[in-house]
Design a protein around this ligand. Structure first.
Ligand SMILES: *Cc1c(COP(=O)(O)O)cnc(C)c1O
Length: 234
């Protein structure tokens, strides 16, 4: 039986191969697609295996878990991405750890982030999470809300890098692809209105079940978790 480390290295190689193949199909270079390895299901040992296999960008969906893992891996060559909801009372503790916030979903959160960023004197990079799924309950800004935020942007200490979205859970690849295409069209439409259009480059979309569809529609960041840990015994 392969060790957990070998299994994770093999899974990572397979995911990277699939990213490259999807990029090639889309006529894009694989370097244009950044892989964020989502570590929310695993602990220190599996993260060490990812790092050993050359993964540098790690994602967590709960701030508390991100703090704990970041502290445990302090000093290592890696970058943390927060991909889940951030509560306003956790902004101060979270910002020092995070390379990119993927899931900014309200004006109140932006206000708090801007205040804290001014205090720190460092502009955090962030994405607006937009709800492009067919479900009413999903997280993220409604399109109209996101559009309003851009039109009245008043957060001088934040660096807006683009958009993030998720396809409806249980979608077929074709359905997911249509939702990703829609997010891509919003990104293109809104870019001229972004605070700095040249910074507004990123499209974070695609998970284990649909990252190829997302790459075909222009994803610059994919967030992949379970595909990296397939075959591990819990
Ligand atoms: C968990 C999670 C992922 C990764 O999901 P997998 O299906 O395990 O690849 C990606 N994005 C977000 C926002 C998540 O919460």
């Amino acid at each position: 039986m392969p060790s957990a480390t070998e299994l994770i290295a093999a899974n990572l190689a397979q995911v990277r191969g699939r990213i490259a193949a999807a990029a090639a199909r889309a006529g894009r270079s694989a370097d244009e697609v950044q892989l964020v390895a989502v570590t929310k299901y695993v602990g220190r040992e599996e993260i060490e295996a990812l790092l050993a296999a050359g993964c540098r960008d790690l994602g967590e969906s709960r701030p508390q878990d991100l703090w704990d893992k970041a502290a445990a891996l302090d000093g290592r060559d890696l970058r943390w991405h927060l991909i889940g909801h951030l509560q306003r009372n956790k902004v101060r503790r979270t910002l020092p750890y995070v390379h990119l916030l993927h899931s900014v979903d309200s004006r109140r959160l932006l206000d708090e982030l801007d205040r804290e960023a001014a205090r720190r004197g460092q502009p955090p990079d962030l994405l607006l999470e937009v709800n492009v799924s067919r479900e009413a309950t999903k997280t993220g800004l409604a399109e109209a809300e996101a559009e309003n935020l851009l039109a009245s942007w008043s957060f001088p200490h934040l660096r807006l890098r683009g958009l993030m979205g998720m396809a409806t859970q249980g979608s077929t690849p074709d359905e997911a692809r249509r939702e990703f295409a829609h997010l891509r069209s919003l990104h293109a439409k809104w870019r001229p209105a972004a605070p700095r259009p040249e910074d507004f480059r990123e499209l974070s979309m695609g998970m284990s079940g649909d990252f190829e569809a997302a790459i075909l529609e222009g994803a610059t960041i994919v967030r992949v978790g379970s595909a990296l840990f397939e075959g591990l015994t819990p």
